[in-house]
Design a binder for this molecule. Structure first.
Ligand code: UD1
Length: 415
């Protein structure tokens, strides 16, 4: 069991290099099943979720090699289009292989993902979209088997702008016959990155990053080289660390244009940010002021930022109301913050956070990636020692998290 120990150590100062986006690289890796040959992905973060996707691709017969932050993926002519339960259970995002496998192989067998610490996470929209494109599904023994002799372009109107459903539909539509229009599509920068990757492979995708994506199917795609966009959630994590510990940081490689709403909200709370020749600059001059937070699909405040905001609000001046509109019940880590002396009440999908002058360090547990990072952030400002157990959740999405924080002045170690 991994543990991270953190103690307050004054303001942070220096430069942090932001890694490639987890939520982008996983989908780009999935998209490599669409074309035979050798792909190169640069700026691929060294995180355990990438390790999981590597295992999944290898289990299907692809070869994956890493050298520093470059992944080389070779997709042979023949692969086994199956995603086994152990791998889907370890990483739910594995479900994004379904669309590209059906499009290229005509059939696929993927384990049904279970719920997780965010509560139930259905995949009905993924399956409905693929069905509308011509796939049929049968479920037995915990697996879904999909068949699609010919996918045919159509109009898809998503009930909700689901990131995963948009990606699955997009990766299926690129090889479908004719035009597909995805309406109410998710607009996250990671979707635009996936579309840029697909277009480089020879696909014809227009409008990704907006709520209407139009895809004109092509016969065949080719392997390419691509640089993964920076991780806006990692960048947000370091800005939250700044908010709690104070100080001044440059986030090298971060994209301010992917973090507009975040920077606006942080500004309301007293964290100053601006674009910088190397990425994003941030400074927190003193105690933060509370603000209300409402999570929404992009360009709104991401649900992944929310635990970070709760950690900041826990020690800000005033009261902040946090509304979770994406995942019901994503508040489990609140109990851990309460153990550190935070004054937080949750009710349905709301949390009311009354700022206290200081938290007090305690043993706590990380239930998921972002909650784990948010507990470390809280520990940066808490009196005494905070020990975050189950810290391997953090490693799923953060590259060298402890080392990066230590390099800018945090008193933090593993164990
Ligand atoms: C992705 C991100 C995750 C982020 C989330 C929302 C990855 C690997 N993960 O997850 O970090 O928190 O976007 O920004 O990129 N839903 C359905 N039916 C479906 C699909 C989704 O009801 O078929 C619901 C979900 O339960 C949830 C909402 O739609 O309430 C949003 O989920 P979605 O956007 O699909 O999130 P993910 O793609 O799973």
């Amino acid at each position: 069991m991994e543990r991270i120990t953190v103690r307050p150590n004054g303001p942070l100062a220096g430069t942090v290099r932001i890694a490639g986006a987890k939520n982008s690289v996983l989908k780009l890796m999935a998209a490599t099943v669409l074309a035979e040959g050798t792909f190169v992905l640069r700026n691929a973060p060294r995180i355990t979720d990438v390790g999981c996707m590597t295992e999944l691709l290898r289990s299907m017969g692809l070869a994956v090699d890493r050298s520093a932050d470059v992944l080389t993926i070779h997709r042979p002519a023949e692969i086994t289009p199956e995603a086994p339960y152990e791998l889907v259970e370890a990483m739910r995002a594995s479900i994004v292989v379904f669309g590209p496998l059906l499009a290229r192989e005509g059939w696929a067998r993927v384990a049904l993902p279970g719920g997780d610490d965010f509560g139930p996470r259905p995949i009905d929209m993924h399956l409905q979209s693929l069905e509308r494109l011509g796939a049929t599904f049968e479920t037995a023994h915990g697996y879904i088997e999909g068949r699609a002799e010919h996918l045919v372009g159509t109009r898809l109107l998503l009930e909700f702008p689901s990131v995963g459903a948009t990606e699955n539909a997009l990766m299926a539509a690129v090889l479908a016959k004719g035009e597909t229009v995805i309406e109410n599509a998710a607009r996250e920068p990671e979707i635009a990155d996936l579309a840029a990757f697909l277009n480089r492979m020879g696909a014809n995708v227009v409008g990704a990053g907006s709520s209407t994506i139009t895809v004109e199917g092509v016969e065949e795609l080719s392997p390419v080289e691509h640089e993964v966009i920076p991780d806006r959630i990692e960048a947000a994590t370091f800005l939250a660390a700044l908010g709690v510990a104070g100080g001044e940081l440059v986030l090298e490689g971060a994209r301010p244009d992917h973090m507009d709403m975040l920077m606006q909200k942080l500004g309301e709370m007293g964290v100053r940010t601006s674009s910088h020749p190397d990425g994003v600059w941030g400074m927190a001059p003193g105690r933060l002021t509370s603000a209300d937070i409402s999570t929404l699909p992009y360009p709104g405040i991401a649900t992944d930022y929310k635990p970070l905001f709760v950690s900041m609000l826990a020690v800000a001046e005033g009261v902040g109301i946090v509304a979770e509109n994406i995942f019901a019940g994503r508040f489990r880590y609140v109990d851990e913050l309460v153990r550190m002396g935070a004054d937080i009440r949750t009710e349905d999908h709301y949390a009311i956070v009354r700022g206290v002058p200081r938290l007090s360090g305690a043993p706590v547990r990380a239930h998921d990636i972002r909650a784990g990072a948010a507990l470390v952030v809280a520990g940066l400002g808490a009196e005494g020692e905070t020990v975050v157990a189950d810290a391997d959740h953090i490693d799923r999405g953060y590259e060298r998290f402890v080392e990066k924080l230590r390099a800018v002045g945090a008193d933090i170690e593993r164990g």
